[in-house]
Design a binder for this molecule. Structure first.
Ligand SMILES: [Zn+2]
Length: 177
């Protein structure tokens, strides 16, 4: 990516919000690049069936991992983090961050997962098929809405801890909905 394109990406990021994951390359480009501007912690862990790479364009963030030998990474400008297929990961911005994600065009299954704050076990997981023509926020929104729907979906099956609802206002609604 040359300098001029990078500047364009940061300008484009000023128009997107938390975890928008907006595709920024022409339709059939593989891998595709998705852009987000995040200032709030991601309200779930994302799981991708395919390997994915995160790259930090501005700001600083922590990436929290599950089922991994490393629990978290700090991302400063220019850092890339390779996330192996199937590894739950969650972004927690330390300062407002522009982050891009490299993902194969046919990304396969993705899931939003929640882990118990008390015992660490997986509380809930909702899956969908990655679709390059559908805004990621639509899937994220639906997963969070299902998580919020009742106390059963937010209750840990192991230790019975009930987790709070996701504040859906933190996930800006996609403009297409
Ligand atoms: Zn638990």
């Amino acid at each position: 990516m040359n300098r001029r394109r990078m500047v364009h990406a940061i300008q484009a990021a000023s128009e997107v919000g938390n975890y928008a994951e907006v595709a920024v390359l022409p339709d059939e480009t593989d891998p595709q690049i998705y852009l987000s501007r995040n200032w709030l912690p991601q309200p779930f862990h994302l799981i991708c069936e395919k390997d994915t790479v995160l790259s930090q364009l501005s700001g600083t963030a922590r990436v929290e991992l599950r089922n991994s030998s490393v629990n978290s990474f700090r991302m400063d400008i220019g850092d890339h983090i390779y996330i192996p297929a199937g590894t739950p990961h969650r972004l927690a911005p330390i300062s407002e961050s522009v982050t891009i994600r490299y993902l194969p065009l046919r990304g396969g299954l993705q899931a939003a997962a929640w882990f118990c704050a008390a015992c660490g076990n997986e509380v809930r997981r909702y899956e969908w098929e990655h679709d390059n023509n559908t805004a990621a926020l639509e899937f994220y929104w639906l997963a969070c809405a299902r998580f919020n729907a009742g106390t059963d979906s937010r209750t840990c099956g192991t230790c019975s801890t009930i987790h709070p609802k996701v504040n859906l206002a933190t996930l800006g609604m996609p403009s297409t909905v």
